[in-house]
Design a protein around this ligand. Structure first.
Ligand code: BZD
Length: 826
């Protein structure tokens, strides 16, 4: 190898680090290294790394104090961080020294990293995007806070029992989180319920005050976000809840006992658990409490921090911007208005000007079931003052609509913030935000011309696209060290902070030696995953087979069902023609289903049932293996992406806003098998459609069918015997011996001959043939090893656009206008 990926850090003191590890084991556990458990060793190592991080953290924050750069507050209900230790070591550029030091202590870094629980404070793409953004913000040197909730229980752990998903609580804090810092000095009070009273003060001014409320104390915990190689450390601030006052015995006598108990309960419940639904709105009161809780605390803190340095709150937006990660944090709009008017005595117009220059909104979905619409009754009861303010925002917004479209009631019906007894959070975010963005080009176009058409027509200047990205530091440098070193050996290590430089790899795509090296690395990564699968699933898979992977949340629109129906179809073919030419294939799935989502859970059961039959049928000689990886999460994702040959991105066109897994696969040299949906469109544009397998209806075609009442799947069922056979196998017990009705609801979702409900709303049968053909092309392409290697290398080489560094720079240039911070030399 010409160059090594990890440069030698000049600042990391190896001997100090070693002493620190031993000291930590002693003072934390009163043990020697030999006596310590693996978890204790992890804790000791993590504290030693934190020690190095904290120096930079203090220096960064001091410098921010001095330079006073404009700061983004990324407001998000979810941050899907995964593990911190390995990432922090990498971003400190201390990997070599840490490995050596641990080696000298007789310790293995990989084993230690494996002791860390994932910080799974998110569901899927939206939460992981927030985590990638924080990494890029720190690496690019922008002042940023992530603001979220310190859920006591994050995303549930998934166990598969008898083929079914079982949800197990994720008690991620049991052993303590070595990286977090509790900051009680920044605690804030958040008020719920009660009523609004008007007090006239000595200047004759009406002051709105909330009375008879319950309150909760919000305590921030800070996590360091280490920039890559630049000494910058930003902060992820997650809020915990505590009861305001401890139980007072005398409250018994005052009759306040009941209230004290309720406040305790409120505090206990509010941060208890992450709602495990993605792209689905459940309308739960506790969810709204969570939203207001972390938003009120974050906005209060942003305002007080600003006022510690500045005297004119009217210029708040010059130094602060709030990015709303979907509509979940949108109550920030009204909370900022409240603070500006009720606490800083700004007039409505002054407060509105500040608010609308501060808040910006990102939309992540067009799925109608995900839209947040709170019943007025619930909203006004829980947040009486905030609700008043939203009413007034709504009144004024309707006046504006009327001004633009006189007499047009239809516009008001479609665009009002409060309508039909509901508060529509997306409408509030658009009315009050200075920017509205989608997360891939196609998605933004659909927003502008379909979903949010009326808003776009009224305020076109607000709309813009920011195609998502991922951090190459975690998803290549950390996840795939073999490939990372290979890339660096070929094109240098600039790609680590400047991913487009990776396109210099293009010239190696046709080079046979490079192709062989590449395929060898892929093979070793497949061996690593095969070992993981054997250890965790007890299934033996052949690393020489094609690793065909679909890992993502389980949702009908993502069409895991299409994938497994196709496996059933292939299996039928093999059974009919045992000698047919067939390249061995391992179909790998990983997905969590929302706990109450029946069809999603049954799809998991179906995948496992098909696996049971296919994996154990000697007649097909191991040519097809099906593996469902339990508890898919950030840490095992890193192993999975590195090992994939084929990246399944098969959502119904128009439904997947962007996707980000698609980018992680590409970066690791998997070829995309996908629809023209979300960011797939841009992936294919970068790599060329000859280096991907595209199939299925276009988004225009899907939208067209939808606008005309759907399509009729029975025609396909009647005319295509292969498809019919597969569907019949859903209800004849082939995969459910003794319980043939087990998969009846899945069958019904596709055909539904009995009820009036729409059938096959995600166009699975419609796209089936086209998918099967694309799959045939995959097989043919894989047989040509050189051709495949060429395409895979080109995928890596063309992945430059999909770094979150690019996405963040676009947010900075077009939306946030932050100042870049460079730390002075020590
Ligand atoms: O956001 C996802 C989209 O489905 C992806 O297409 C996109 O790439 C990512 C990032 O932009 N959306 C989510 O992950 N949404 C949620 O997880 C979610 C969670 C709670 C409530 C609603 C949606």
């Amino acid at each position: 190898m010409a160059k090594k990926t990890v440069p030698v850090s000049v600042t990391f003191d190896k001997d100090l680090f070693k002493r620190s590890v031993l000291y930590n084991i002693k003072t934390l556990y009163r043990k020697t290294l030999e006596e310590a458990t693996p978890q204790q060793v992890f804790q000791a190592v993590a504290y030693a790394i934190k020690d190095a991080v904290v120096d930079n953290w203090m220096r960064t924050q001091e410098e921010y104090e001095k330079q006073d750069p404009k700061t983004v507050y990324y407001l998000s209900m979810e941050f899907l961080m995964g593990r911190a230790l390995g990432n922090n070591i990498i971003n400190l550029q201390a990997q070599k020294e840490v490995k050596e030091a641990l080696d000298e202590l007789g310790l293995d870094l990989n084993v230690i990293e494996d002791q860390e629980p994932d910080a799974a404070l998110g569901n899927g793409g939206l939460g992981r995007l927030a985590a990638c953004f924080l990494d890029s913000l720190a690496t690019l040197g922008y002042a940023a806070y992530g603001c979220g909730i310190r859920y006591r229980y994050g995303m549930f752990k998934q166990e598969i029992r008898d083929g079914y998903q079982v949800e197990v609580p994720d008690n991620w804090l049991v052993d303590g989180n070595p990286f977090e810092l509790r900051r009680p000095e920044y605690a804030k009070i958040v008020k719920f319920g009660g009523y609004v009273n008007v007090h006239i003060d000595e200047n004759g001014r009406s002051n709105f005050v909330q009375e008879g409320y319950q309150s909760v104390k919000a305590i921030p915990y800070d996590l360091p976000i280490v920039g890559y190689g630049n000494g910058i450390v930003n902060t992820l601030r997650i809020w915990d809840a505590e009861a305001v006052e401890c139980f007072q015995l005398d409250s018994f006598d005052k009759g306040d006992y009941q209230k004290a108990v309720e406040q305790e309960n409120l505090a206990r419940n509010i941060v208890e658990v992450l709602y495990p639904n993605d792209n689905h709105y459940a309308g739960k009161e506790l969810r709204l409490k969570q939203q207001y809780f972390f938003i009120s605390a974050s906005v209060q803190e942003a305002v007080s921090k600003y006022m510690r340095k500045h005297d004119d709150i009217r210029k708040f937006y010059e130094k602060v911007t709030f990015q709303l990660n979907d509509t979940h944090p949108t109550v920030a709009v009204a909370e900022l208005m409240r603070i500006l008017m009720d606490e800083y005595y700004l007039t409505w117009d002054e407060a509105w000007e500040v608010t609308t220059k501060t808040c910006a909104y990102t939309n992540h979905t067009i799925m109608s079931e995900a839209l947040e619409k709170w019943p007025i009754e619930l909203f006004s009861r829980l947040l009486p003052r905030v609700y008043q303010i939203i009413e007034e925002i709504n009144r004024r917004f309707i006046l504006k609509i009327q001004e633009m479209y006189p007499g047009n009631q239809e516009k008001i019906r479609k665009m009002a913030i409060i309508y039909d007894g509901q508060v529509k959070m997306a409408h509030l975010a658009i009315a009050a935000g200075y920017s509205v963005n989608g997360v891939a080009r196609l998605h933004t176009e659909i927003l502008k011309h379909q979903e949010l058409k009326d808003f776009y027509e009224m305020m076109p200047e607000k709309f813009n696209n920011k195609t998502n990205g991922i951090t190459q530091r975690r998803f290549l440098l950390h996840a795939n060290p073999l490939l990372a070193d290979w890339v660096t050996a070929h094109v240098g290590n600039d790609w680590i902070t400047d991913l487009p430089k990776i396109n210099k790899l293009k010239v190696f795509a046709d080079d046979e030696k490079s192709q062989q090296e590449f395929m060898n690395i892929k093979y070793q990564n497949k061996v690593r995953l095969a070992k993981y699968i054997l250890e965790h699933n007890g299934i033996e898979v052949d690393p020489r087979s094609i690793f065909d992977v679909q890992v993502k949340r389980l949702h009908e629109y993502k069409r895991q069902l299409l994938n497994i129906l196709h496996v059933m179809y292939l299996y039928n073919q093999l059974k009919d023609n045992p000698d047919m030419d067939f390249y061995p294939r391992t179909f790998i799935f990983g997905a969590k289903a929302a706990a109450g989502y029946y069809n999603a859970k049954m799809t998991i059961k179906l995948i496992n049932s098909v696996a049971d039959v296919v994996n154990n049928d000697p007649a097909i000689n191991g040519k097809i293996k099906v593996v469902f990886i339990e508890n898919y999460r950030v840490s095992n994702a890193e192993i999975i992406f590195a090992a994939a040959d084929v990246s399944e991105q098969i959502s119904t066109a128009s439904k997947e806003a962007s996707g980000t897994g698609n980018m992680k696969f590409m970066l690791n040299g998997a070829l995309t098998l996908g629809t023209m949906d979300g960011a797939n469109v841009e992936i294919v544009e970068e790599v060329g459609k000859e280096n991907a397998f595209i199939f299925g209806l276009s988004s225009d075609e899907v939208i067209n069918y939808e606008n005309n009442g759907g399509y009729d799947p029975t025609e396909i069922f009647n005319n295509d015997p292969d498809i019919r056979r597969v569907l019949m196998q859903l209800i004849n017990g082939t995969y459910a011996p003794g319980d043939p009705d087990r998969f009846r609801t899945l069958y019904n979702s596709l055909l539904n001959t009995l009820s009036t409900a729409k059938a096959d709303t995600y166009f699975i049968l419609k796209d089936f043939r086209s998918y099967a053909e694309a799959q045939k092309k995959v097989e043919a392409a894989y047989r040509d090893e050189k051709g495949w290697a060429r395409s895979a290398i080109l995928n890596v080489a063309c992945s430059g656009k999909f770094t979150s560094d690019r996405t963040i720079q676009e947010y900075v240039d077009d939306i946030w206008h932050l100042d870049k911070v460079v730390l002075p030399k020590k």
